[in-house]
Design a protein around this ligand. Structure first.
Ligand code: ADP
Length: 316
C-alpha cells in the first residue's frame, strides 16, 4: 500500500486555543479516509495544514512526498480542494468557472465531461447565484476535481443538502474513488462516514481518539445486541435464557425483546428454528459509529466539543 498523505505530530494553536494537538495519521492510496469529529474539534485546521493553507506550529506533513508549504506549486497540481464555504463571483456561469479553473492546471480533466457527470450540463450558462444549494455544492466538487487530482480533500461535503441530494453526492464520491482518486472527507455526519469511508480518524478536542474502519469502531463500541421479533408460536423463555449468548428475555405484548452478546442473533434464530418457530418482523439494534464516538468522547459528534464555539458549520 502506498501512503499518499502522512501527517506526524501536527500541532497548531490560535492564541490560547490549541486547535490541533499532536495529530498523526496516514492515508493510503485509493481509500476514502474520513476525518470526523464535533464542531471545533480541529478537523478543518488539520486539513488546511495538509493543503498548505496554514502553517503548523510543529509536526510534519507530506502529500505524495511533497511538503505543502515548500512545494506548494507542485502540490496544487495533484491535490484537489473543495473549500468549505466555496463562494464564487455571483455572475460567473458554471461553464465559465470550470473553464477558468481548468486553466490553472497543467493536465486538467475534461471540464465538459465533468460538468456532465455532476449533472450540471443543463446549468452551463447559469450564474453561480442562481444555482440551488445542491448545484452549488456539485460545482464546488467539480472545481475540486477539474485539475485531475490524485488526492481530493472534501470538507463538509453535504452540509446544507437535502437527504436526496446528500445521497446523490455520496454516489458521486464513490464514483470518483472508483476512478482511483484518494479522498479525504471531513465530516461531522456519522452516517456519511459509515457509508463512504474505508477508515476514519475520530478527532476530539484537537486529538485523534482512534483510527479504524467504521464497522470495526461500531462493533467495538457495542458489546450488546438487542433483538426484537414476533414469534410465530409461543415458547418457554427458558429456551432462550438457557443460551450462553443471551442475557435477558422480556415480552412487550406479542413482541419478544432479547439482549445478549454479539453472537446472540445466530444462537436465538437457530434455537427457534429447531423448534419450528419463525422470528417475524425481526429487528436487531447494533452499534453505530455514533455509539463509538459517544463511548470514546462522552458526547455525540453533532454537539459542540468542550472548547467548541457552538457555531457549528452544520448550522450555518
Ligand atoms: P473543526 O473543523 O473541527 O470544526 P476547526 O479546525 O475549525 O475545527 O477549529 C478548531 C478550534 O480552533 C476551534 O476552537 C476554533 O474556534 C479555533 N479556530 C479555528 N480557526 C481559528 C482562527 N483562524 N483563529 C482563532 N481560532 C480559530
Amino acid at each position: 500500500m502506498t501512503v499518499v498523505i502522512d501527517v506526524q505530530g501536527l500541532h497548531k494553536e490560535y492564541g490560547a486555543t490549541v486547535a490541533v494537538d499532536d495529530v498523526s495519521f496516514s492515508v493510503q492510496e485509493g481509500e476514502i479516509f474520513g476525518i470526523l469529529g464535533p464542531n471545533g474539534a480541529g478537523k478543518t485546521t488539520t486539513v488546511e495544514c495538509v493543503e498548505g493553507l496554514r502553517v503548523p506550529d510543529r509536526g510534519s506533513v507530506r502529500v505524495l512526498g511533497l511538503d505543502p508549504r515548500r512545494d506548494r506549486a507542485e502540490l496544487t497540481q495533484v491535490l484537489g480542494v473543495q473549500l468549505q464555504d466555496s463562494q464564487m463571483p455571483e455572475r460567473l456561469k458554471v461553464a465559465e468557472a470550470l473553464d477558468l479553473y481548468s486553466s490553472f492546471y497543467r493536465s486538467p480533466a475534461d471540464w465538459r465531461a465533468l460538468m456532465e457527470q455532476l449533472g450540471l450540463a443543463d446549468k452551463a450558462t447559469t450564474p453561480f447565484k442562481k444555482l440551488s444549494g445542491g448545484q452549488q455544492q456539485r460545482l464546488s466538487i467539480a472545481l475540486a476535481l477539474v485539475g485531475n487530482p490524485r488526492v481530493a480533500v472534501l470538507d463538509e461535503l453535504t452540509t446544507g443538502l437535502d437527504p436526496q441530494a446528500r445521497r446523490d453526492t455520496w454516489e458521486l464520491i464513490e464514483g470518483i474513488r472508483d476512478r482511483g482518486v484518494t479522498i479525504v472527507l471531513v465530516s461531522h455526519f456519522m452516517e456519511e462516514a459509515e457509508r463512504l469511508c474505508d477508515r476514519v480518524a475520530l478527532i476530539d478536542s484537537g486529538r485523534v481518539a482512534v483510527i479504524d474502519s467504521p464497522a470495526t469502531l461500531a462493533e467495538r463500541a457495542v458489546s450488546e445486541q438487542r433483538i426484537q421479533f414476533r414469534p410465530t408460536a409461543s415458547f418457554d423463555d427458558a429456551l432462550l435464557t438457557s443460551l450462553p449468548e443471551v442475557t435477558s428475555v422480556i415480552h412487550r405484548g406479542d413482541v419478544v425483546v432479547v439482549t445478549g452478546n454479539r453472537d446472540a442473533l445466530n444462537a436465538v434464530i437457530s434455537v427457534l428454528a429447531r423448534n419450528q418457530i419463525v422470528a417475524r418482523q425481526l429487528r436487531v439494534d447494533q452499534g453505530s459509529l455514533e455509539d463509538a464516538f459517544l463511548e470514546l468522547t462522552g458526547r455525540g459528534a453533532r454537539n459542540g466539543s468542550a472548547h467548541g464555539d457552538g457555531q457549528g458549520k452544520g448550522e450555518r
